[in-house]
Design a protein around this ligand. Structure first.
Ligand SMILES: *Cc1c(COP(=O)(O)O)cnc(C)c1O
Length: 306
């Protein structure tokens, strides 16, 4: 039994009406850990436990760390999550709530990650948040569910941080014979390392993350995500923080589901200028979810952006 669930795949009447197209939502926000991360992280943790790992270690203070904590609790394996001081009280609480040991170390993620690597023992499994083939395989199962459920979309829209979700979705599209379905990869300004990498033709590193969409805050995408764009049609869209936050709030009003601005970036991309979306009549959106935002937080961001 996998740790993730099969999520609903539903047509959004309100978004379909607005765009004059069929808009289908893959509701990964419904995963028990609150984001798609559980698909890949669950697959990795399952495999590591079977191979004898006695502890899972993560350095993510976001949805990846929360998914590792969830997986460890479900599998009965202890979990250590090392996060930097910048990690919000809410994220810390969510990790502890899953029963994981939480260590706060360093001012930046790089310091927390270095510390996590330094405490690894031979029986520990470090679970990377986006750069790991078994993780991509886990993420790819969402496309199997979409292919089993219904008609082939003309485009798939998703958010990109480090590119793990993108790699998984592209692997799933290929496996299901949907190699000709273009992907729209959305990011926010200030977390747009993937669009910049594609423009340069190689992975490039942002000097800093300045976007409020913290779950997209990888400074550099994984090599595999950049390579994929040479074999599959991928269109890059960069939206503003304000557009991403507004899209999250609108999604809450229209679908009664709370998602982070990271996911709002993909939702906002539906309204952006896009040759892929203009040509599509059936659009599938990966509603990747995320648990680190609250309604109050989104509203505060929204008034700040105005
Ligand atoms: C991790 C995450 C992303 C980005 O996924 P990558 O695999 O890093 O590209 C987007 N949205 C949410 C909610 C996430 O947790």
């Amino acid at each position: 039994m996998p740790l993730h669930i099969q999520t609903p795949y539903v047509r959004s009447h309100v978004a379909s009406r607005r765009l004059g197209k069929d808009v289908l939502l893959k509701l990964e926000a419904m995963q028990p850990s609150g984001s798609f991360k559980l698909r890949g992280v669950g697959a990795v943790c399952d495999a590591r436990r079977a191979a004898g790992s006695r502890r899972f270690v993560s350095s993510s203070g976001g949805n990846a760390g929360i998914a590792v904590a969830y997986a460890g609790r479900e599998l009965g394996v202890p979990v250590l999550v090392v996060v930097p001081e910048s990690t919000s009280a809410r994220a810390r609480d969510l990790i502890r709530l899953e029963g994981a040991e939480l260590l706060v170390h360093g001012a930046s993620w790089a310091e927390a990650n270095m510390f996590a690597q330094s405490v690894l023992s031979p029986h520990d499994a470090f679970v990377h948040p986006f750069d790991e083939p078994e993780l991509w395989q886990g993420h790819s199962t969402m496309i199997d569910e979409m292919a089993a459920a219904g008609p082939k979309p003309d485009a798939v829209v998703l958010a990109v941080g480090g590119g793990g979700l993108l790699c998984g979705v592209l692997e799933g599209l290929a496996r299901n014979g949907w190699c000709d379905v273009p992907v729209v990869a959305a990011e926010t300004q200030g977390a747009d390392c993937y669009a910049r990498s594609i423009a340069q033709g190689r992975p490039v590193e942002l000097p800093a993350i300045t976007s409020v969409a913290t779950s997209l805050g990888a400074k550099r995408p994984c090599d595999a995500a950049v390579e994929w764009a040479t074999r599959h049609a991928v269109e890059n869209i960069v939206v503003s923080d304000a557009a991403a936050v507004a899209a999250s709030l609108r999604f809450l009003d229209e679908h009664r589901i709370l998602v982070e601005p990271a996911c709002g970036a993909a939702l906002a991309a539906l309204d952006a200028a896009s040759s892929v979306l203009a040509a599509a009549s059936r659009i599938a959106v990966i509603v990747c979810g995320g648990v680190t935002a609250t309604v109050e937080h989104l509203q505060a961001l929204s008034s700040r952006e105005r």
